[in-house]
Design a protein around this ligand. Sequence first.
Ligand SMILES: [Zn+2]
Length: 714
Amino acid sequence: MKRRNFLRGAAALAALSGTPIAALEKALAKTAAPVEPLLAEWGGPYGGIPPFGTVKATDIKPGLMKGMSLMRSDIGVISSNKAAPTFENTIAAFEDAGRPLGRAQTFFAIYTGTMNDKAMRAVEAEMNPLLATLDDDITQSTSLFQRIQAVYEARTTSGLTDEQQRLAEVHYDRFARRGAKLDAVKKEQLRTINRRLASLYTTFSQNLLADEEEITMVLEREEDLAGLTSDLRAAAAASAETHGQKGKWLLTNTRSSVEPFLTFSTRRDLREKAWRMWTSRGDNGNPHDNRATIVEIVKLRTQRAQLIGYPSHAHWSLANNMAKTPEAAMDLMTRVWKSAVARVHEEVADMQKVAASEGAKITIEPWDYWFYAEKVRKARYDVDQDEVKQYLQLDKIRDGMFWAAGKVYGLEFSKLTDVPVYHPDMTVYEVKRAGQRVGLWYFDPYARAGKSSGAWMNEYRSQERFRDPTTPIVSNNSNFIPGKSGEPVLISWDDANTMFHEFGHALHGLQSNVTYPTLAGTNVKRDFVEFPSQVNERWLTTEEVLKQFALHYKTGQPIPKALVDKIMKAKTFNQGFATVEYLAGAIYDMKLHMTTDPNAAIDPSEFEKKTMSEIGMPKEIVMRHRPKAFGHIFSGDGYSAGYYVYIWADTMSSDAAEAFVEAGGFYDKATCDRLRDTIFSVGNSIAPDVAFRKFRGRDVDTNALMRDRGFPVT
Ligand SMILES: [Zn+2]
């Protein structure tokens, strides 16, 4: 997953119509505490570093306030310029506007994503609607938009470079998509909707976080641990201790805690209990239930799309993506869906056989899937996940990622100890190529209270050559459970894969080589952004990485060839489950957002029931993210009508992987260079379909995806 900060510098607005909000911002900006560390340019070594040592949580709000006010004056200067609009005095000036606010938003994203305590949640709830309003003020400024439009219309005849033309198009499209062409009445309606949505997104995420933090499952007795491996027991004991239940064991309400339990616990009753806890987040009828929030979000999104001139939120959202229409995305998903469901029926039949052979008189239920899948995996492929895990040490896998990036892209990583961090668990690395600094990589590996679940990449600073040549600063964030001090942290195969995935986003940000920050690194179309990260997963499975870095945590011996062969052979195992749980969510998201009735009060759970029955969802599986915990689509606009992007991008990553295989392997120099030069370094300076064609020599072949997942090619 790639999280984006709100808007980068060029993000904000013009208008300042003397609304109470603008007045409030001005007043606060004047009385603000010293916020310079938050807003100032980043000084220090390595091309400037985020001043974590001096910024405090309490700086965030006054910093954002002052940053917004500075942004407004920057925009005022551009839009009131008496000179005729040119690229330089309009698009370039806009690109350069609001940099202090951009820096403040970087810290805001870091604090809300990784240290979201009660005080920060209050700041978040207060600031998000103001930032949404600022964004509307900018995109709705008639004087600014007229200038942008003038530059856009003259873009091919005014001597601009290709990248400058692209930048003019990107900014123009963004304004138009956000209602810049509407009349005053409609603009006002749009502002009201966006402001309300910003609040609702915050409410949604805070509700979810509350259920994840406040609801836990205590295991009272030794026999409740039946089937669990020793490291899972140790992790559960450690969790109990941090939750004030020393001497017991505790499952937190997070994927990394619940899924291993579902895989290994032999206590079917407790598996069901854990599964219900996990799949009911946001859906407990308590004050954090997300039902009403979702109903309102969906209504407002439909209303907004129709104001701007699209039939539905999905149509509005996809018009700006590679897919262009919801129908194109649905076509791809429907095609894969049928094969995936057929595979699930086979998988369940296999599980049912294992259960019967063990004398368990049960019908496979959702809380049995992980448990019996693991048994089938052992029986059929002789792969024991716990055995594999003993070769997957977090630190070594990280070194393996570095090594692969060295081979593939010529990057070198060295650990820095003189750079401030916001938490002692973090580490920082300088990234170089041929002795030249490429950027910095921050790593925040462990779970803690106030940190969002899952794993993601965050860009602290984009690459650019526009004003001062600037190297990028990126981070990877995950939620591993720290081991006892001095002991290596062992991770699952899936987790190792996720590390390579997130690192792929980091490499995309780091290797950016463009002029304008808006077009840099991961600032690409939503259904393209997962392509580089998914491709990077492929290097984990190379023999070179496994031999050198998948080392047994006790003996230091490399993972045996026989075990690697077995892992490879089992690669398409359980693809039915993985594809169906994901696609069900993606189809739900798309169908929900194809709603065209702007006043329909759609109950998210009823809609889930209806949709799952329409598409023939196997009863043994639920959506990977149930509606009321579906943060991708309800905690912001980013992935809404956009959860499909993973499978869309995977058609490209599967096809790209075949390019490497055809060339003789994943370290083929010419193919590696081409991947860097056509994909990883161009950001959004080139249209994504053009970039892909430059890499592959042709359009994407979606059959590669079917082959990769072991589905029949039809
Ligand atoms: Zn991702």
